[in-house]
Design a protein around this ligand. Structure first.
Ligand SMILES: Cc1ncc(COP(=O)(O)O)c(C=O)c1O
Length: 339
């Protein structure tokens, strides 16, 4: 990997050497197969293409100062893929198969794990879809599970740079009792129009509200929302958002730092009360929010007036990334070394 400039790597796709695949047929998953192709051969009537029987995951491998490659809470990604599979009636991927696929694909592509200190990581994308042919609306009898990797740069080059976000009032990402809690492609398709509109308006992403009442904050594009006030980390409880592994970790870290934590409905009307707000997720890590504009009320909510993240946000970011890179002892038991 002599020719890669890790420090300027974008958050995009670069071909690695190998991916791994398993096929579910007649009620059984096949042993993992290694492929050096970036392409899949897919039946024209596969349910993954027509009826959205598809789910994915996203996690990262981090190179430590000690040269060891670390995974952060991969068991939670395995669990969430089980939940997503059940949500759209797909065959579950057993966590042992998930683990074997992760280790195999990372070991086969070790040279693509970016060096410590570059700010880049190896992004891992497990993918599950219905690959059997059906024309009527019904679940497939066959499934394909693939894990591929690609080295990525930090989402925001400057580290934790505050960004502006736009509240969306004319697009819903997911309905209560719908598929919002699953990591399935349909939710992302439904969110695209709003995210593109926000980007065209100069915002980093769109903030979705609860679809029923349009009163409470749901999510920030592909990341969860948090607000901080009076020493308290507050994050939305909603039946239409993805349960972010970063967010659940930040709740633990915040408690460990002596903060109070609340997971509850967060009304838009509460936005003026927060001292700091941010978005969190595997890709975004923690992205502080500088300004939120609500076109429904014409109100702007401002944080980070000096262009810098707030003190709590900064501390949470440092604690989280120190754990992920192994710069801090793994007191929560969240790290797995890939050997
Ligand atoms: C819609 C959505 N919300 C939140 C998150 C953050 O989840 P995590 O912290 O598990 O990456 C993601 C990214 O996976 C996402 O796509």
């Amino acid at each position: 990997m002599e020719n890669v400039d890790w420090k300027t790597l974008p958050f995009g796709y670069i071909k690695a050497d190998y991916n791994v695949r398993s096929f579910y047929r007649e009620g059984k998953w096949s042993p993992l197969e290694v492929s050096d192709s970036e392409f899949i051969n897919i039946h024209i009537a596969a349910t993954g293409l027509h009826y959205g029987q598809e789910a994915f995951e996203g996690l990262k491998a981090y190179m430590g100062r000690d040269g060891k490659v670390r995974l952060f809470r991969w068991e939670e990604n395995a669990k969430r893929l089980l939940i997503s599979a059940e949500g759209v009636n797909m065959a579950p991927v057993p966590p042992e198969l998930f683990r074997e696929a992760l280790f195999k694909v990372i070991n086969l592509n070790r040279k693509f794990v970016p060096p410590y200190g570059s700010g880049a990581t190896l992004y891992i994308r497990p993918l599950l879809y219905g690959s059997g042919a059906e024309v009527g609306v019904k679940p497939s009898l066959e499934y394909t599970f693939i894990v591929f990797v690609t080295p990525v740069g930090p989402y925001f080059r400057e580290g934790i740079k505050p960004v502006n976000m736009l509240i969306t009032r004319d697009v819903d990402r997911a309905a209560p009792k719908g598929t919002g809690i699953y990591k399935v492609g349909g939710n992302y398709a439904a969110s695209l129009r709003a995210i593109i509109a926000a980007k065209c308006g100069g915002y980093a992403t769109a903030i979705f509200l609860d679809a029923k009442e349009k009163k409470y904050i749901d999510e920030c594009g592909p990341a969860n929302f948090f607000g901080i006030k009076d020493n308290t980390y507050v994050t939305p409880k909603s039946e239409s958002i993805l349960n972010s592994i970063t967010n659940m970790s930040l709740i633990e870290i915040a408690k460990d730092m002596g903060m109070k934590t609340e997971r509850r409905q967060v009304p838009v009307d509460e936005l003026p009360e927060f001292e700091e707000t941010g978005a969190c997720g595997t890709a975004a890590v923690i992205t502080p929010i500088a300004k939120i504009f609500d076109p429904g009320t014409n109100k702007t909510y401002e944080y980070c007036r000096d262009g810098k993240p707030g003190p709590w946000t900064h501390k949470l970011y440092n604690r989280l990334t120190d754990l992920q890179y192994g710069d801090e002892p793994d007191k929560f038991g969240w790290i797995t070394i890939v050997e």
